[in-house]
Design a protein around this ligand. Structure first.
Ligand SMILES: [Zn+2]
Length: 115
């Protein structure tokens, strides 16, 4: 991840403590930014969205509900949109699984066996 100077916007190498152009401190700023990003997005929300996208529907519902519960308790947490998206994908996927299952079930039952 490239580090940009907070004062002049010059890109610096990762690991540099001070801007090569103006000498401003880079470390404090980038650390605060990454910490706030990591703290703000709820892990369960990311998991719910990813599981929903890959078709792990029942797990996506579980993680989506857990995430919304945590976000509801902590207003600093982000990821509500991701949690809802994961939950919706999970519900749609589960309905799809049931429909697909009944289609296969009907096909098997109506198969002319022993003819
Ligand atoms: Zn600078």
């Amino acid at each position: 991840m490239p580090v940009f100077c907070n004062s002049c916007g010059t890109e610096s190498r990762e690991g540099d403590s001070f801007c090569a152009k103006c000498g401003s401190s880079l470390v404090a700023m980038s650390r605060v930014m990454s910490e706030s990003i990591a703290r703000r997005t709820n892990g369960f929300a990311i998991a719910a969205l990813v599981l929903g996208l890959v078709g792990m529907s029942p797990l996506a519902i579980i993680f989506g509900v857990l995430s919304l519960k945590q976000i509801g308790q902590d207003p600093n947490l982000d990821g509500r949109g991701m949690a809802i998206a994961g939950l919706v994908l999970g519900i749609l996927g589960t309905i799809g699984l049931f429909l697909w299952g009944s289609v296969i079930g009907l096909a098997v039952c109506s198969m002319p066996l022993g003819v």
